[in-house]
Design a protein around this ligand. Structure first.
Ligand code: BES
Ligand code: MN
Ligand code: ZN
Length: 488
């Protein structure tokens, strides 16, 4: 949705929406007399406290088309980024529900909404409000807003201008990730995904390489070939390169365009969700788009292993031994543990080019969803400093991220019998043994982190309202990159 920084008159909007903390008067600085009077009246109503999402509306006198709604933000001391996000979604949602199109939004001063970071959050949520994947249906479902005008808290005008500039690019990246991940697998084949990457690259002068099966064979990328072997939609490996800077950052994203499990076939229930098994690749594409548009000062590379995991006469099978790009052999014990096989080749290629930081995103394990629910992602890294950087960035971007251990015992689980490795550990701690497996393919990178996004990457059908890709990971990664670039 369109967003604007307040410049025009609030009276020209069909509703003035003012956030107000519990037991505080609304902040009215700069609002014209009749609007301020209506706001005061709304907050003077008996029973009005400003508790979370409590509302009180008063028409602006002489201007029946405009009203002022004060909406409670709850306790000042409880207000954080998550509360801000929920409040904005609820507040804009009810404005849209009332059939109003152009809210004017004012928030009181608070550290959560202060500075460039605060402005970024407010504008990012506003810009993403009303996102819909409407590509394949005639009618749009939810009532929509035309635009949102934001009045910055007092003294934050410049910070908000910059925050808005950043937010629009971050939101566009998140939108790209969602659109890609939501695209159904009969359209979003590995070749289609590679073409989308080509389009993103072409618009931004990125260098792009797309490897076809013959080249995968020549380079010895046996993991990706094995996983993609059972599908009529052949696999691809994409490599992107862009940007300038001292530090090099490489991103890898799991791109399984559909995961049936292969010969180790999944049960039928909810298998439709496996269209989101390409979410890691989509996350990296969204990050790449935004990082390039923001001209973040790094030397970037991105690697997208793309394959469809299908059962077939040509499909790989349990007990096959596959040789990956770095020469390590893997005995396949379950063809449904395919993500680590395609990541093995991509990580090994990325690590060979010796980046400072190597990050991968993957809907890798159901076990990670068991551990953390759909709320957050699992973070695995050997480097404490990288962990704290990423955890801090995630908190500032309001994405839940939780560190899980890479104990050596998990590495022992995936040591092979007839191969160097096997693609399956024991049942317990499945997210950890998967991460330990990946750690065999990252030599060469100075630091490495794996983010298991199986939980937060998408919302399932049971939640009709939020169904689809969330774009998780784009916000936290861009926040990390921006913070690191400032030396923060
Ligand atoms: N794509 C799945 C993981 C997944 C599960 C993502 C649920 C999103 C929601 C992955 O390829 C997979 O099948 N993992 C197996 C690994 C097992 C065979 C070791 C799993 O989690 O069961
Ligand atoms: Mn699988
Ligand atoms: Zn998978």
């Amino acid at each position: 949705m369109k967003t604007r920084l307040a410049g025009g008159k609030p009276i020209d909007h069909d509703v003035v929406l003012l956030g107000c903390f519990e037991r505080e008067a609304p902040e009215l600085g700069g609002l014209p007399g009749p609007v301020a009077a209506a706001a005061r009246k709304a907050a003077d109503r008996s029973g009005w406290k400003g508790s979370k999402d409590q509302t009180s509306t008063v028409h602006v006198s002489g201007k029946q088309a405009t009203s002022v709604t004060v909406r409670g933000l709850g306790k000042r001391s409880d207000f954080d980024r998550r509360a801000l996000k929920n409040w904005l979604a609820a507040a804009l949602g009810s404005v849209a529900q009332d059939g109003l199109k152009r809210p004017f939004l004012g928030l009181p001063g608070h550290e959560t909404v202060a500075g460039v970071g605060g402005g970024l959050c407010v504008f990012r949520e506003a810009a993403l409000f009303g996102y819909q994947f409407g590509e394949y249906r005639k009618k749009s479902k939810a009532p929509r807003l035309r635009d949102v005008t934001v009045r910055p808290p007092a003294g934050e005008e410049e910070a908000y201008q910059e925050g808005r500039r950043l937010a629009l690019k971050v939101a566009a990246g998140i939108g790209t990730t969602r659109d890609l991940a939501n695209t159904p697998p009969n359209v979003a084949t590995p070749v289609w995904m590679a073409e989308q990457a080509r389009a993103i690259a072409a618009d931004r002068g990125m260098e792009i390489t797309i490897l076809e099966p013959k080249e995968l064979e020549e380079r010895g990328m046996g993991g990706l070939l094995a996983v993609g072997g059972g599908s009529v939609n052949p696999p691809r490996m994409v490599r992107l390169e862009w940007g300038q800077g001292e530090r090099s950052v490489s991103l890898v994203g799991k791109g399984v365009t559909f995961d049936t499990g292969g010969i180790s076939l999944k049960p039928g229930a909810n298998m439709d969700e496996m269209k989101f098994d390409k979410a890691g690749a989509c996350t990296v594409m969204g990050i790449a788009q935004a990082a390039a548009d923001l001209e973040l000062p790094y030397r970037f590379r991105a690697y997208l292993p793309l394959a469809e995991n299908m059962p077939d006469g040509k499909a790989y099978r349990p007990s096959d031994i596959v040789r990956c790009y770095n020469g390590k052999t893997v005995e396949i014990l379950n063809t449904d543990a395919e993500g680590r096989m395609i990541l093995a080749d991509a990580l090994a290629w990325a690590a060979e080019e010796k980046p400072d930081d190597l990050l991968d995103y993957a809907t890798l394990t159901g076990a990670c969803v068991v551990a953390l629910g759909h709320y957050g992602a699992g973070l695995f890294t050997h480097q404490d400093e990288l962990a704290s950087e990423l955890l801090g960035a995630a908190a500032s971007a309001d994405e839940y991220l939780w560190r899980l251990p890479l104990w050596p015992e998990f590495g022992e689980e995936v040591r092979g019998l007839h191969g160097d490795l096997q693609n399956l550990g024991v049942r317990w701690g499945g997210a950890n043994s998967a991460a330990a497996f990946l750690s065999n393919f990252v030599r060469g990178a100075r630091r490495w982190a794996h983010v298991d996004i199986a939980g937060p990457a998408y919302v399932g059908r049971s939640n009709k309202k939020g169904y689809g890709s969330t774009g998780y990971g784009v916000g936290l990664t861009l926040a990390w990159l921006m913070r690191q670039a400032q030396g923060a």
